[in-house]
Structures are given as C-alpha cells and as structure tokens.
Write a protein that binds this ligand. Structure first.
Ligand code: NAG
Ligand code: NAG
Ligand code: NAG
Ligand code: NAG
Ligand code: NAG
Length: 674
C-alpha cells in the first residue's frame, strides 16, 4: 500500500498530465496493453511474442527495467531469469527498449511517452509507420531516441523539444517526415545536452531551422537529404562544438557563411544544393547576379578557377568579426582628405575623396567575382549589399608592403590622384593579418589589350578606327602626364606598369588607366615588384635601362607608353614581336628602311585614312618611336606627348567622338553600374 502511494505520487510529479488510471496499471501492463499491440501491427512479431505473462520478465526481448529506487533490475541470476512473478510487479519501471531491425511493422503509440523512467528507445531499421506521437514529448526521462530507418510520416511534433532537459541523441534519419522542422516553444531553449541530431533523409521543408544554432551542445547535425531551402544562417558557422555537419542534398541557396571557409567542414557537408548555394568550401563561387546573367560563361569559369581566392576575400570579412559603425573617426578635411574607420584591433579602412560613403562592413561583406588574376593581386568585381553598386577590389597577396607605416604614404599618394582618365582609388583596407584591399570605382573590365587583340573572341567588338584609337591613346597619355606632374611639390607619381591591359576603355572610347603607382611605389616588396617587371620585359614594355624597380621613373613610363602607342597603331602584341627577337620599334625601323611604312599600320587603322600625314597617323608613329628611344634622355615627357597628340588629331575629330560630353566622362563620381 505504501509502495503504491509512493508510485502514484512519483507519477504525478514526473508525468503529471497522465491519468492515474494509466499510471496505476504499471509499466508492465502499459507495455502489454498498449506498446506491444501498437508496435506489432497486423503481423505477429517473434520478438514481441516474448513479452507475455508465461515468460519470465527477464527473458522479454529488448527491454531493461529498473526498480523504483532507480536500481537496474538484475537478471544475472538463474532465479531472476526464472521468476514468473516479476511481470506482476507493478513497481518495476521500463528503462530501455532496444529492438533495432526487429521487423516491427506497427506504429508508435502515444503511451511511449508515458513510461516515467524510460531513458532510451532504439527502434531503428524497422518498418514503423505513422506519425511521431505528440505525447512522446512527455517522456520524462528520455535521453536517447533512435527511430532511424523506419517509415514514419507526418510532421515532427514541436513537443519533441520538451525532451530537451535530458535529450542527448535524436535520430530520425531515413523516414518520411515532412513539413517544417518545428521550433521549441520556449524562445530560449538551448537543449544543452543534445549532442546529436539526425533529421537526414526525410522530407522536411521550409527554411533552415535557425533555432538549432542556439543548441550549445550540438556536435553532430545531419539535415542532409531533405527539401530545406533558403539561406544558411551565419550563426551555424559560429557553433563552436559542431564536429559533423550535413546540409547536402537540400535546396539551400545564397552564400554560405564566410566562416565556413576557415572551418574543418569540407564541401561534403554542402553538396547537392544546386548552383544557388555558393561560397567556400563549395567550389561554386558566389557571383553577383549581373555577372551570371550578362557576364556569361567566361566569368563563371574564371570564378571557378579562382574559387579559393574568392573565398579568401570573403574570409577577410569574417576574420574581422563584428565591428561597430560608431567607431568611425572622421578626419574629413577640405578637399576630401582621407578618413579612417575602424581601429587597430579590427583592421582599418582609409577612405579617400569620393569614397566617404564606403564602410568597412560594406566593403568586407561585398560579394566578389574574379575578373583578373595578376601576379601580385586578384581583381574582383564586388557588389555592395543593398543595391550599393559595384566596386573593384584588388586583393594584394603576400609580398605587399608589410605594415601601415610603409603602405600609408604610397597609398595616400595613389588615393589623392584624381583624373578623368584614371580609375580612382576610393579606399584602402589593411586587415590585422596583413591582408590589403585596394578599393576602386568599378568600370567594366574591357581593356585596350582585349579590344586590340581578342579578335573574334570579343563579341560585338566595336570597329577601332584611327580616331577612336587616337582618343584612347590621348586619354591614357593625359593620365600619365597628370601622374608625372608632381603636384604640391612632391615627386612625380610613376605608374610603373604601363601596358594595354592596364587601360580600360568604355563605350565612348574614354581610356581609364588603372594599376598606377602600385609597382612604382613601395606598395610591393622588391621581389613582387621584380616579378611584375619581368612580366613587363617578357611582354615587351620594359625600357632597356629598367633593370630594377628602383629605376622606375617617368621616362620608363614614357618608353612603355611608346610601345603601347605602337601597339595601338600596328594592332600587334608587343610580346609576340619581342619573343620573335624583334620588338615593335625594330619592326617599324625595318619597314621605314624598306619604304613600306604604311604597311606597319593595322588594316583597320589605315582603312578610312586618305592621307596618313594629314590625319596625324605618321606623326603618331614618329612620336611613338621617339618615346621608345633607347636613351631615356632622348624621350619626350608625357606632357609633350599629350601636346603632340592633341596637335595631330585625326581629321574627322569634329565628329561626335570628341564632343565635350564624351571626353568628360564623370570619372569623379563612383559608378553605380550593376
Ligand atoms: C510467450 O512467449 C513464449 C516465448 O518466450 C512463446 O513461446 C509463447 O508463444 C508466447 N505466448 C504468447 C501467448 O504469445
Ligand atoms: C520474484 O519476484 C518477486 C517480485 O519482485 C519477488 O517478490 C520474489 O522474491 C522473486 N522470487 C525469487 C525466487 O527471486
Ligand atoms: C530569454 O533570454 C533573454 C536573454 O538571454 C532573457 O532576457 C529573457 O528573459 C529570456 N526569456 C525567457 C522566456 O526565459
Ligand atoms: C549527407 O546526407 C546525404 C543525404 O542524406 C547523404 O547522401 C550523404 O552521404 C551525407 N554526407 C555525409 C558526409 O554524411
Ligand atoms: C529550390 O528553390 C528554388 C527557389 O529558391 C525553386 O525555384 C526550386 O523549385 C526549388 N527546387 C526544388 C527541387 O524544390
């Protein structure tokens, strides 16, 4: 009597909502009356057949029992194994059910949640069907539930999280559960003991169950093989204890949290979500929507080849962690002096005139698409969030200036340069780990080199008539003259890597010179700068006296410009000529000696030109040859080059090509082109 009272009280305490009528019948009765028939289904089951009064309790298959005091029922004696009275002992509590692969073909009865001491249920690899009963969430002691590999269907009841007090493992892999993964009722449920959650290979739909990322103890999470969609939240990548993750074969989309690029998870964790899921560790890089629609296959292929680098830039954003906008220290001066943002602890964004609207957060969170990989940097077209337009990012690799002190002056001089024929530098970022980003306005990456040499590869390439080529050359010359001018009593800014691939050309044939002063200044360590120089030599742009970067000077830029001008006139790659043992100037000399001067010009140039002398063509050729004089002192200055090009314009220069509206191209405002 005393025992029965205690038991009733216990049940009231732990499973309060269950009626005493059920409780008083005892676990054995509950097992026989409810659990056995439900699990068995229509077909008698050999394992379940042992659960009967004519068999001693210790021989009932797959069950463990405990006493009221919590002691396990001992079945290790012959007496116990033969005791037929045990099954009539209403004080015994069911502690565990372990019948995996037992050909169970029934359903889970609601009473599964009514065993007050039931700690573990292993019913994997059976043929159980029907729903997971809502009442399972009432099981007061359940810590391990393994129902994997059945045919359970319907929604997962939210009450499952009521088990969180004790739940350590929940395996529902390989069922037919559907609907959204329900959130716990309490907003602060952290399910601290849950180590393993396997909901894989079901039919769950809806968004990523973000509440899971608050489950602090989770080590293994499998959501693979469902129909989940939408973005993967950053908070998932922030889960410290997570050791195994499977989000594969869903319909997730958007960029993966950048932090995954630095995690131990491989692409195995994210496969099969389609192309809309991107970013490290997937090989699918994140590209801006416009890049996909109009940039076409080439952009994507380049992106794929450089996927690692894409992630590296995204990773920078992550490495900085959270940052606070209100730390901005504004030092804005008249005329747009640089402004610094962030502090030493988080990396620093120095913004220049016209870049005041950029924030560290925006720059680091921009999604990038690789447009070019140079020896010392990778160039991205990056899209700012929230319709903020595009920027060009140049991520300097190792081998750039080591610290803020050595980078600062060089970068500031680049940042101050403003000319309509220069791609303006708007900001410079230096991270704590030495990573550096140059932030420029974005202009479509159509280089003079591509225009001249891509041939049929460049679809809808405009005709490059002599007036158009002249306009491009003059624009580039003006930009270099501006850099060489040496304003405010400072030394001239040397470009250092003048070449046709560093001249962008817009649809009005306005030239914009890029990459200026990166090589000539101390932005690169000597070894990296020498590599650029070696490339310049191989490609035919290097002045003969330029044996080391230290000798970069305005006149070495002039030499390179002379080669570029010959390239424009002749339509030939300087590298091809140089590799054949002849540079472009030698080819011209030979042609002049043979009185075949007109033959050096590109056919497209010569086309509409009736009188080469009157159209400025001959003058341009002479000028280019002067620029390529072997002796530096014999070369004209860039200012002189500009003057001569202006003086010898093509005859039809009164055409729309030279209208003021087109030469002034609004380079002073950041582009908002998509
Ligand atoms: C009871 O279990 C034994 C095996 O332990 C089995 O042989 C017998 O058929 C079962 N009786 C019933 C009624 O299921
Ligand atoms: C058999 O089990 C009953 C109920 O727990 C117990 O009272 C009895 O002593 C046991 N008999 C033997 C021989 O162990
Ligand atoms: C949830 O947590 C927050 C902060 O951690 C707390 O302010 C709030 O009261 C909690 N809510 C509940 C229902 O416990
Ligand atoms: C992830 O889940 C999918 C679908 O269930 C499965 O095919 C794949 O093998 C799993 N990957 C890993 C690494 O476990
Ligand atoms: C995946 O999601 C996209 C929308 O994000 C949808 O158009 C597509 O039909 C979904 N695919 C599947 C297989 O559900």
């Amino acid at each position: 009597m005393h025992t029965a009272t205690a038991r009733a009280v216990l049940l009231l305490l732990v499973a309060g909502i269950f009626p005493l009528a059920v409780a008083s019948s005892g676990d054995v009765a509950l097992l026989l009356d409810k659990l056995k028939p439900a699990l068995q289904g229509a077909v008698p089951n050999a394992q379940l057949a042992t659960w009967n009064a004519s068999t001693p309790l210790c021989l009932w298959r797959g069950l463990r029992w405990s006493t009221l005091s919590g002691e396990p029922l001992r079945c290790d004696t012959a007496a116990a194994r033969a005791n037929l009275s045990l099954s009539r002992d209403a004080a015994l509590l069911l502690a565990s059910i372990r019948l995996p692969a037992a050909a169970l073909a029934g359903r889970l009865p609601p009473e599964l949640g009514a065993f007050p001491a039931l700690e573990s249920v292993y019913l994997a690899a059976n043929a159980l069907s029907g729903p997971v009963p809502l009442e399972l969430g009432n099981a007061p002691a359940l810590s391990t539930l393994d129902l994997a590999g059945n045919a359970l269907s319907g929604a997962l009841p939210p009450s499952i999280w009521n088990l969180c007090d004790r739940l350590a493992e929940l395996r529902l892999h390989g069922n037919a559960l559907s609907g959204a993964i329900p959130a716990p009722a309490g907003p602060n449920d952290t399910c601290d003991r849950l180590r393993l959650l396997d909901l894989g290979a079901n039919r769950f739909s809806g968004g990523f169950p973000a509440f899971l990322t608050a489950f602090r103890g989770l080590q293994r999470l499998d959501l693979g093989g469902n129909r989940l969609s939408g973005p993967v939240p950053d908070s998932l990548a922030a889960m410290r204890g997570l050791q195994m993750l499977n989000l594969s074969y869903n319909n997730f989309s958007g960029p993966l949290p950048p932090a995954f690029s630095a995690s131990a998870f491989t692409e195995e964790s994210f496969l099969g979500n389609g192309p809309a899921l991107c970013g490290q560790p997937l090989r699918q890089p994140c590209v801006s929507p416009s890049g996909l629609s109009s940039g076409g296959v080439a952009g994507v292929v380049i992106g794929l080849m450089a996927g690692i680098v894409v992630a590296a830039s995204v990773c920078i954003g992550w490495a900085q962690g959270r940052w606070r906008r209100n730390r901005v220290r504004r030092a804005a001066e008249e005329g747009g002096e640089e402004t610094e943002e962030g502090d030493g602890g988080e990396g620093k964004l120095v913004v220049f005139q016209g870049g005041e609207h950029l924030t560290l957060e925006e720059v680091l969170n921009a999604t990038g698409q690789v447009v070019e990989k140079a020896s010392y940097c990778t160039v991205y077209k990056a899209k700012l969030a929230d319709g903020g337009g595009s920027i060009e990012l140049r991520l300097l690799r190792e081998g750039s200036c080591r610290d803020a002190a050595s980078c600062g002056p060089a970068v500031r001089r680049i940042g101050r340069a403003r000319h309509e024929n220069l791609v303006p530098l708007r900001a410079f970022y230096q991270g704590r780990r030495g990573e550096k980003l140059l932030v420029y306005d974005y202009f479509p990456h159509r280089t003079l080199h591509d225009l001249l040499h891509a041939g049929g590869g460049l679809e809808s390439r405009p005709a490059l008539t002599w007036p158009r080529r002249h306009k491009i050359a003059l624009g580039a010359a003006r930009a270099l003259a501006y850099l060489h001018e040496g304003r405010h009593g400072e030394a001239p800014v040397v470009h250092g890597n003048v070449r046709s691939s560093n001249v962008l050309v817009d649809e009005y044939f306005v030239a914009r010179v890029t990459e200026y002063a990166v090589v000539g200044s101390r932005l690169l360590v000597p070894a990296a700068a020498e590599a650029v120089l070696a490339a310049a030599k191989a490609d035919g742009y290097r002045a003969p006296e330029l044996q080391s970067v230290k000798r970069c000077a305005p006149r070495t830029d002039v030499y390179a410009f002379g080669i570029l001008l010959l390239e424009v006139l002749m339509g030939r790659k300087p590298s091809c000529a140089a590799n054949a043992g002849d540079d472009l100037p030698s080819l011209v000399k030979a042609a002049v000696l043979e009185e075949a001067t007109m033959e050096v010009f590109d056919a497209e140039v010569a086309k509409g030109v009736r009188s080469p002398a009157e159209e400025g063509l001959v003058q341009a050729l002479k000028l280019a040859m002067g620029c390529c004089a072997p002796v530096a002192a014999a070369r004209p200055s860039m200012a002189e080059v500009v003057r001569q090009l202006e003086e010898n314009r093509p005859k039809n220069s009164r055409s729309a090509l030279y209208s003021p509206a087109e030469t002034r191209s609004g380079a002073g405002t950041p582009t908002t082109a998509a």
